[in-house]
Design a protein around this ligand. Structure first.
Ligand code: LMR
Length: 419
């Protein structure tokens, strides 16, 4: 009987991104290229430990108080208080008015998990809207909590741009009090962000319908190379939304500090302006709820990465170096976009490839079909996820020609003129 229950479990599909990585690692072809996972690689195709992080690690380890004690349940305060400033900026009204609750999380995924748990406790009947397409893990994160999901149109595959009309219509048609998950910048997987004017319309529509905005901030700094500019949507959102509804913000340092496996993130809730006593009461309730979730699931967040990131954020010369590191990464990615685009133009690969240079951040949504992606892997040892998303960070001077030739070859093979 008991064993039957265990046997009744279905085998679930493997996670797409990590599965690509596994297949790539098993491949012994010398020309193989990994464009799957969204992780920065240097021009030699190697993971890059940021110079600012190396310096911070030295300082953390040589501190006379260095130890491996538990953190408090809501995390390392020097991290959470510095992290919110990176997001909201120095002149933030919400910070001046002490309206933000911040707790450390297991990177962006952990912050999203806390957000979903909180939504389950507060708005269990609300629909959670994701962009179509979105990061696949968004669905797993909400569905495992039993939340109902819906999509809003985002990517127009014909024009290779944002379907702003569809997006706005979905906001207006959604039942009031729905949750809209917004990629703050460097949209994953399309690499296409709304313009400032489009953000204005999107956030106005969300505010006027009384929806909740949940910002997923996994790539701050990757869209423009500038952390403040990449926080534009979040900061505008707070101006427009934080009068009526709490705003949820999931912040990851995996990519922009390059500290992927250390799992450093922060979950913030900005509560609306109201009587200061009500603000304080609400903040206390939120903090206690989040602490209970953290305590029961991970006890307390991991310390090492948190101390390293806090050191980067709280030491002026390291912060300066970090901003430089961010530019190093984003400029190399931008350069690779142009090289790939120019090669495809040079090869006269059927279709128009301008979207590769119109997109931003770590990814390009190439428009390659699932069949083309399969052929890229099988015939050319170029690995990417089946949606046709490539991680531009996986390109470098040595492999970009091979990738461009592979794209050219698969596109011609399927004789597609639709790209
Ligand atoms: C990606 O989309 O490739 C990254 O965010 C890595 C991940 O966890 O999926």
């Amino acid at each position: 009987m008991v064993l039957d229950q265990f046997h009744s479990l279905a085998v679930l599909p493997a996670d797409a991104v990590f599965d690509v990585r596994l297949r790539y690692m098993k491949d012994d072809r010398g020309c193989k290229v990994d464009l799957g996972i969204g992780a920065y690689r240097d021009n030699n195709g190697k993971p890059w430990v940021l110079p600012s992080v190396k310096l911070a690690e030295d300082r953390v380890r040589s501190d006379e108080n260095y130890d491996h004690e538990y953190l408090g349940i809501s995390g390392f305060q020097p991290l959470t208080t510095a992290a919110v400033r990176v997001l909201l900026g120095e002149g933030s009204q919400a910070l001046d008015e002490d309206r933000v609750v911040s707790v450390q999380s297991l990177s962006g995924t952990g912050a999203l998990h806390l957000a979903m748990r909180l939504l389950l406790a507060t708005l269990p009947k609300s629909l959670v809207y994701f962009s179509s397409p979105t990061w696949a893990n968004h669905y797993a994160l909400s569905k495992t909590q039993g939340l109902e999901t819906a999509t809003y149109p985002y990517w127009d595959s014909i024009t290779k741009s944002i379907d702003i009309e569809g997006f706005l219509k979905a906001i207006n048609d959604a039942p009031s009090g729905s949750v809209f998950v917004l990629h703050a910048c460097a949209h994953n997987p399309t690499g296409m962000d709304p313009t400032a004017e489009q953000w204005d319309m999107i956030l106005d529509a969300i505010a006027s319908k009384g929806h909740v905005a949940l910002f997923d901030v996994a790539y701050q700094g990757f869209a423009t190379g500038d952390l403040d500019r990449d926080a534009f949507a979040v900061r505008l959102g707070l101006k427009k939304l934080a009068h009526n509804t709490p705003v949820l913000i999931c912040q990851s340092f995996a990519k922009n500090v390059g500290i992927y496996g250390e799992r450093v993130g922060v979950f913030h809730i900005v509560v609306p302006r109201q009587d200061p006593a009500d603000v304080a009461k609400l903040k206390m309730a939120l903090l206690s709820q989040l602490n209970l979730i953290t305590r029961s699931e991970v006890s307390n967040p991991p310390a090492y990465g948190a101390k390293v990131v806090a050191k980067v954020l709280n030491t002026p010369e390291l912060t300066k170096q970090w901003h430089q590191d961010m530019l190093t990464m984003s400029n190399r990615i931008k350069k690779m976009r142009h090289v790939l685009h120019d090669k495809l133009v040079e090869f006269q690969t059927p279709g128009n490839w301008d979207h590769i240079i119109r997109q931003c951040g770590m990814f390009s949504f190439t428009g390659l079909t699932k069949e083309m992606v399969e052929r890229m892997e099988k015939e050319h040892a170029v690995y990417l996820v089946s949606s046709g998303r490539i991680s531009i960070a996986g390109l470098n001077d040595k492999n970009v020609e091979h990738v461009a030739k592979a794209i050219d070859s698969v596109v011609r093979h399927f004789a597609s003129s639709k790209l």
